[in-house]
Ligand binder design. Structure first.
Ligand code: GCV
Length: 709
């Protein structure tokens, strides 16, 4: 009896220990559950040989061992002899020594090839750099995890974009601005002496999708990060991340020379200030020889910047760029600026930055948010893309779901990223996509980059919502190759994260691929934007009109009145449309031909306006809000059907979050429609479920402790 109890206890314990809690991300390396495939993989690779010894090649070896041992449920032999059925990984140089070099190795990226030499089969991963070999190793593991054949490989893969970065908005006290996954993973207090294993797993996860840089701290920067004790902490992290090909960057506070250098000014043209930055940069490179450079938010939302001294963004950026240039560093200068006095926030970044085109140093990139306002569920692409031909522009996306339901809503963002990257700027005629601006090909820039505001925190599953992991994954995959489809990326992620069972993949994919349009519909359909609660940005507050500045107020954006709703950005309004090329302008200029998706972005439209569906604008608005809610119900139903196929821990977590999302979607629909009805004075159509609360009820909801604010 006691023995049985003990066994039961042990099996429970084993279950607890092996519970799927999301920590392993898409690198779970579980035994292949298809016997035919398993046999074939086991035959193809019986041993691995990793040519060369270095921290990066050690990481390659460790990952291949861990991955193959798990996936093939075996004990893979690590060999130094060239024998058949071996997986050989090494740089081109290392393989030349083994007489296995290949002429097709790409300049950047990797080659994976199957070869038969003297009747012996080899799988070879090679590249010009060790980091690229590591990317190849992760790619091979991905092929196995997604059940693809590895018998006859010839894969050449090169990244389309050079800098593939995460931007952490993490403060030194570990509070993450707009963070919904716990506190910062960087434990500044225990660094540099205590190295959390999580730092290594963070590096592995990023390298597995080709992310090669990380900005460790918030763009609303604290100058303390640049003091000697903190730089030693940064150096400790750089040492951990380096073998995985990840460079560290820091957000720099423009007024640091005053705050920590005790100078009287931070004027970028002042000699003492310039010398201060040069000395600081030298100190950084002594500790971190491959330091990436600085990210700067200047003269934006109260942050200090060169304009405080009558200087331009270019003066500020170039001063720092001069300091990092001798060490190969870069400066990433953000274009997120807006002015409460201006009549349209949409136009500000373009107005301030286009006159500076050609004035930035060669090692400066200007980082532009994907849309003209601020990471809304849907925005047209920022008109800056294609408008600064002489400046490399870097894309800024947001993984953390500040405006997309934060930590509780399932929203797969790849379709949003793709929509922007695929948009045609017409800057050099047709086929001048945003992606071609970003990858440098349109204007032949050698520097290119995509960054995204991180959604990572110290929660066990990293991103709070398990499906937030898919956005992190998608960012890396798209930055490597933006021609991948949202569906391809979702498929890969599901196969690695949940299951290769086609029925499971199809069902989860359906949930993911409908989720972005769902959030647009239940929050901001038909081109509405920025109608969320002030400050915390959680939940609807279209009535809000008392923010510290007008351009933080929802009423500034929806402009609802007795006649209609929407922001007139045509020639009869603020004429923001003028900032686009004529061919783009033409798409949006006429309210009768403008697509529904962007209608209220560009037009103030009568409540009676006839939509493409034949409904009035008011009825269409009700219809869209309802559609958003219905989509979440459908997502819930699909998830319920997946219960037998998903481990109970992850199933239950997502199930509970979907219930919150459903409740929130109803809240958004009711609060917005009840409020807009006070202007339209039109009845709700029969198809729309009547709100169960009054408008006053919704207006009284407060969230003083909403996270991330
Ligand atoms: C880091 C929005 C966010 C701020 C953020 C800012 C930015 O305004 O609400 O939290 O600040 O964007 O991107 O700089």
């Amino acid at each position: 009896m006691r023995k049985t109890l003990l066994l039961l206890l042990l099996s429970c314990l084993a279950h607890v220990l092996h519970a799927e809690d999301g920590y392993d991300l898409w690198l779970r390396y579980k035994r292949i559950d298809n016997n035919m495939l398993l046999t074939s993989y086991r035959k193809t690779i019986t041993a691995i040989q990793v040519a060369g010894q270095s921290p990066t090649m050690d990481a390659v070896k460790k990952e291949l061992e861990q991955g193959l041992n798990g996936l093939l449920d075996t004990h893979i032999t690590v060999t130094s002899k060239v024998a058949g059925n071996t997986l050989i990984a090494g740089t081109r140089e290392a393989l030349t020594a083994l007489k296995l070099q290949d002429n097709q190795t790409p300049a950047e990226g990797f080659l994976i090839t199957s070869k038969t030499i003297d009747n012996k089969h080899y799988t070879i991963i090679t590249a010009n750099t060790e980091t690229d070999v590591l990317y190849g190793a992760f790619h091979l593991l991905r092929l196995i995890q997604t059940h693809q054949s590895i018998e006859n490989l010839h894969i050449i893969s090169s990244p389309r974009v050079k800098l593939r970065l995460l931007n952490h908005w993490d403060n030194l006290n570990r509070y993450v601005e707009r963070g919904y996954a716990g506190i910062s993973i960087w434990n500044w207090h225990t660094l540099p002496d205590y190295i959390d294993d999580r730092y290594i797993d963070y590096a592995r996860a990023n390298a597995s999708v080709g992310i090669n840089g990380t900005v460790l701290n918030n763009v609303n920067a604290n100058a303390t990060i640049l003091t000697a004790p903190y730089l030693r902490k940064v150096a400790a992290l750089a040492n951990i991340l380096r073998p995985y090909g990840i460079k560290v960057y820091l957000s720099a506070r423009f007024s640091a020379p005053m705050e920590i250098g005790h100078l009287k000014t931070a004027d970028p043209l002042n000699d003492t200030v310039r010398q201060w930055w040069q000395a600081k940069v030298k100190e950084i490179y002594q500790l971190i020889p491959d330091f990436g450079g600085f990210l700067v938010k200047a003269n934006s939302e109260g942050q200090p910047g060169p304009q405080s001294y009558g200087r331009s963004h270019a003066d500020g950026a170039n001063m720092m760029a001069d300091a990092v240039a001798p060490f190969g560093g870069i400066v990433i200068w953000r274009a997120f600026v807006y002015d409460p006095q201006a009549n349209d926030r949409f136009k500000q970044a373009y107005a301030e930055f286009t006159p500076l085109d050609g004035k930035f140093n060669k090692n400066v990139l200007v980082q532009v948010k994907n849309g003209p306002i601020d990471f809304q569920p849907r925005e047209p692409f920022s008109p800056l893309f294609g408008a600064m031909p002489q400046t490399p522009l870097m894309m800024e996306f947001q993984l953390t779901q500040e405006y997309l339901g934060q930590g509780t809503h399932l929203v797969y963002e790849a379709p949003l990223f793709k929509e922007v990257l695929d948009a045609d700027t017409h800057a050099k005629g047709p086929n001048s996509s945003v992606a071609k601006v970003i990858d440098g090909s349109l204007y032949e820039h050698t520097l290119s980059g995509i960054a995204a505001v991180s959604n990572i925190g110290n929660e066990r599953n990293w991103t709070g919502h398990l499906f937030g992991q898919a956005n992190w994954y998608a960012l890396g995959r798209l930055a490597w190759d933006y021609t991948l489809t949202s569906e391809q990326i979702a498929t890969e992620w599901i196969q690695q994260t949940f299951s290769n069972d086609p029925a499971v993949v199809t069902s989860i994919k359906q949930i993911m691929l409908t989720s972005r349009e769902a959030v647009v519909n239940y929050m901001t359909p038909l081109g509405l934007h920025h109608i969320m609660g002030n400050g915390h940005h959680y939940g609807p507050a279209p009535w809000s009109n008392n923010a510290p500045r007008p351009d933080w107020d929802p009423i500034y954006y929806h402009k609802a009145d007795a006649k209609g709703i929407g922001f007139d950005r045509t020639a009869s309004g603020t004429n923001a449309l003028q900032q686009y090329q004529p061919a783009v302008r033409q798409l949006y200029a006429d309210s009768n031909t403008c697509s529904d998706q962007y209608l209220l972005w560009f037009h103030h439209v009568s409540w009676q306006h006839k939509m493409h569906s034949g409904r009035t604008l008011w009825n269409e608005l009700c219809h869209k809000y309802q559609e958003g809610v219905d989509s979440v119900s459908a997502m819930q139903q699909r998830w319920e059907q997946l219960k037998p196929y998903i481990d109970p821990e992850r199933f239950h977590q997502v199930q509970m979050l979907l219930a919150i999302q459903h409740k929130d979607a109803i809240w958004w629909r009711n609060a917005c429609l009840l409020y807009f009805q006070t202007f339209s004075q039109m009845p709700f159509p029969a198809s729309y479920e009547k709100p169960d609360h009054t408008l006053e009820y919704y207006q009284q909801q407060h969230f003083p402790y909403a996270p991330g604010n």
